[in-house]
Design a protein around this ligand. Structure first.
Ligand code: 13P
Length: 348
């Protein structure tokens, strides 16, 4: 079993400067949807082959500290080793999504809560034995007319805190993810306000549950106007709003904050991450934990065709590298066009 100190060290290694976390934890319905959009059949073997492709990308550990897996993947092998063993050998820390997805919150139309607390203690014990070192639980909060409600925020905050406490009990570092969704026509100011209210509730619940803040990470969205809002914001404006709310709501004991991409395009996510990180200084180490914004181009390039594996790995490495520059506030759009060597030269 890991001591509190070990957990704190793992949390800090996940947010080493210049590194981020690859979220490859799509549930079966979600990966099925993403594959279907590209005409890739979703079978146990195509999902395994795709994840193996991602994890065996040469040089990935230079930019990626850890990978969030899905339950199916953790039990699969890659030419011998299990996926968690493969990641450890390649210098990345394996983690796992442990929530069981979101469902409707009864009597609160349009709002959701996350399932998976029942039996979680036993599942965490098994995951720990299977070699993972950290966990993730995602709650979603929608902004809309009269939303989010206090009931929705508090239900989700409590479950996130219970998940975090159970993870630490099991010797695992929790990534606490309250995602404020981008859907809707709300303004940047409204997203900032809701993000603040949600984070206040989440940290109150974490404290109530005696969670060790030094041994967890926060995963949050950037503060953005809704997708349907006509008035979009420049990167420096949303960076200022994001940092304002985080400085107000996130205790300095939390070692790191990682951003999700939430449906932004990959380049938008990188540009905005760069703006946030370039604005600094911050109390915590900032990082990324992107799913779509790291994988979209790689998945499209692969398309289920084995011969396109190497090109897909290059696409993943490129995005990981651009985001690594962004967390140091040193990304520029010119990097999109140049080779790996050229980009590294530019960095020196
Ligand atoms: P996206 O970056 O695609 O939003 O995924 C991150 C994630 O892990 C959501 O839980």
């Amino acid at each position: 079993m890991n001591s509190g100190r070990d957990l704190e060290a793992i949390a800090r290694s996940l947010v080493k400067p210049g590194k981020g976390i690859l979220a490859a934890d799509e549930s079966l319905p979600t990966i099925g949807k993403r594959f279907a959009a590209l005409g890739i059949p979703s079978t146990e073997e195509t999902r395994r082959a795709y994840r193996e492709l991602l994890f065996t990308t040469p040089g990935l550990a230079k930019y990626i500290s850890g990978v969030i897996l899905f339950d199916e993947t953790i039990r699969q092998t890659a030419d011998g080793p299990t996926m968690p063993e493969l990641l450890i050998r390649r210098g990345m820390i394996p983690g796992i999504k442990v929530d069981l997805g979101t469902v409707a919150l009864p009597r609160f139309p349009g709002e959701k809560f996350t399932q998976g607390i029942d039996g979680l203690r036993e599942r965490l014990g098994e995951y720990r034995r299977l070699g993972v070192r950290f966990t993730k639980w995602r709650a979603v909060i929608s902004i809309g007319d009269g939303q989010p409600t206090k009931t929705c925020i508090e239900t989700n905050a409590r479950d996130l805190a219970l998940f975090a406490a159970l993870s630490q009990e099991a010797g695992l570092v929790p990534i606490v993810e309250p995602e404020v969704l981008m859907d809707g026509e709300h303004t940047l100011a409204r997203c900032e306000e809701v993000t603040g209210i949600v984070l206040d509730a989440v940290f109150a619940a974490l404290n109530d549950h005696r969670v060790n803040l030094e041994a967890m990470l926060l995963k949050t969205g950037m503060v953005l106007p809704g997708k349907e809002q006509a008035q979009q914001s420049a990167p420096h404006t949303l960076a200022a709003a994001t940092l304002r709310v985080l400085h107000r709501a996130v205790p300095p004991g939390v070692p790191g904050i990682v951003f999700l991409s939430g449906g932004q395009t990959d380049i938008e996510a990188t540009e905005r991450l760069n703006a946030i990180c370039a604005t600094g200084p911050s109390l915590w180490t900032l990082g990324f934990s992107f799913g779509r914004a790291l994988q979209d181009e790689a998945m499209k390039t692969w398309g289920g065709v084995p011969a396109d594996k190497v090109a897909a790995q290059k696409a993943l490495l490129h995005r990981a590298r651009c985001n690594s520059f962004a967390v140091r506030g040193r990304y520029s759009p010119a990097m999109e066009q140049i080779s790996a060597d050229g980009a590294e030269r530019l960095m020196r």
